[in-house]
Design a protein around this ligand. Structure first.
Ligand code: SF4
Length: 352
């Protein structure tokens, strides 16, 4: 089987990676978090390594004389690199908190933080592990702007290029946008473009508060299949598709086409038609569909599930690229965030 680099990325994200090398996986956090980050053949990919399916994967990460490589059935495929541990991880904030508990490396050069490591939704979304890193003592509940400013200063000095801030959803009407704004401003003042992610707020005016502060926003619906939404993210169902469309449209007016994105997670029981219908809708609104495979995280309700097959993901990525061209969607103008990072999805690898 010969795969090019982007196809290999798709296979690794669907089938996981068996690690026969001494690397430490990041486990927990909001969003698609379980796994390691790998660089190979100019690609960056977060790859599952701890879920039961990954432990049995045909793809293997091996180490020889301090260098890493990918193999399958004992055959060498390509060299791979793992990111260096950032130097700022050794430092503490003025309040004495380890800086790795405030923000961590995402992908190649993004600084990621969950500014409020909790969520008022009950039950939680089945795909989310927001409590996990807090439970394991790897982070703190709430980050404040001063802490993020201190971390951003050191991270920028060692080459980090952009910041990704997300939040669990508080019960407030602004869905945490005020806190995200203050944190984003602190990082922006250190010269990092900033991306923030939140649920559609009840009061659309709260989006205005982000204008001139953040560069891009993510408002993530995750699935366009209403039955799957109700099963996987019952708390978020208090917001309808119409609420999302209103929030996306207003965000595009404020930030511009291509600077708003939404996760679409494949593999939760939906069919391809619902995904591609959503992709088309998002392109027509000026929103980038950040399509990615389900990342089953051990300890979550979907921890024993499997991601969608690589064949299915390849078709979905190819069709998304075709729809993007048909809609005349602008090339990637995202200045910060998951679309710029691209580690958790191959959608931008197929679009370029
Ligand atoms: S794609 Fe987004 S969630 Fe994934 S590593 Fe990059 S910034 Fe983090």
């Amino acid at each position: 089987m010969h795969l090019d680099a982007r196809e290999l990325k798709v296979y690794l994200q669907s089938q996981g990676l068996r690690v026969e090398a001494s690397v430490q996986a990041r486990l927990g956090g909001a969003g698609p978090s379980e796994g390691i980050t790998l660089f190979f053949e100019e690609k960056v990919a977060t790859v599952p390594v701890q879920a039961p399916f990954a432990v049995k994967s045909p793809w293997v990460l091996e180490e020889e004389d301090g260098s890493f490589f990918l193999s399958r059935n004992g055959k060498f495929l390509c060299w791979a690199e793992l990111p260096q541990t950032p130097r700022y991880y050794q430092e503490k904030t003025a309040q004495g908190i380890e800086m790795y508990k405030i923000a961590v490396r995402h992908g190649r050069d993004a600084l990621g933080s969950t500014v409020w490591q909790a969520c008022h939704h009950s039950p939680r979304c089945s795909f989310c592990a927001i409590d996990e890193s807090l439970r394991r003592g790897l982070t703190i509940l709430e980050k404040d702007p001063r802490q993020l400013e201190e971390v951003a200063r050191l991270a920028k000095a060692e080459g980090f290029q952009h910041a990704v801030l997300t939040t669990g959803t508080p019960a407030d009407a602004d869905c945490g946008i005020g806190r995200l704004r203050d944190c984003a401003l602190a990082m922006k003042n250190q010269g990092l473009p900033v991306h923030v992610q939140f649920e559609p707020p009840e009061d659309m005016e709260s989006l205005e508060a982000l204008s001139g502060v953040v560069d891009t926003v993510g408002i993530h619906i995750e699935t366009f299949d209403q039955r799957v939404r109700e099963r996987m993210a019952p708390g978020k169902c208090s917001r309808s598709l119409e609420d999302y469309v209103r929030a996306w449209s207003r965000a595009v007016e404020i930030f511009g086409p291509g600077r708003v994105s939404s996760f679409i997670i494949a593999g939760m029981g939906e069919d391809d038609q619902s995904i591609l219908h959503g992709v088309k809708l998002l392109f027509s609104l000026g929103v980038f569909p950040f399509l990615l495979p389900l990342r089953p995280i051990p300890g979550t309700p979907l921890g024993d599930s499997f991601p969608p097959s690589p064949g299915r993901m390849l078709k979905l990525y190819e069709e998304t690229a075709r729809l993007r061209e048909a809609e005349g969607f602008e090339e990637n103008v995202q200045m910060a965030g998951c679309v710029r990072c691209g580690a958790c999805s191959a959608v931008t690898d197929f679009a370029s």
